[in-house]
Ligand binder design. Structure first.
Ligand SMILES: [Zn+2]
Length: 80
């Protein structure tokens, strides 16, 4: 990954089957660090980066991220 987008799609935290039917939310994020993800953590992966939930403790280092919930714009209330 050369440059990272400011927002990435976040896989939904749902059951393995349900998550297939839920559109990932595109959210800003904060980077926690680079290390092997533990089960349930979000990590960035892919040529077009997206945040995936580690299905179990992984052994390869990735960027660990957390979604940042958008705040309503004070002017018009749109989620920014
Ligand atoms: Zn606005």
């Amino acid at each position: 990954m050369t440059s990272l987008p400011s927002r990435v799609p976040f896989e939904a935290k749902l059951g393995d089957l349900d998550r297939l039917f839920v559109k990932p939310r595109v959210l800003p994020y904060r980077i926690i660090g680079k290390r092997p993800p533990r089960k349930g953590e979000y990590y960035l992966s892919g040529a077009i980066p997206a945040a995936y939930i580690a299905p179990n403790d992984l052994t390869t280092a990735y960027l660990i991220v957390e979604p940042v919930e958008p705040k309503p714009c004070p002017t018009c209330g749109h989620l920014g």
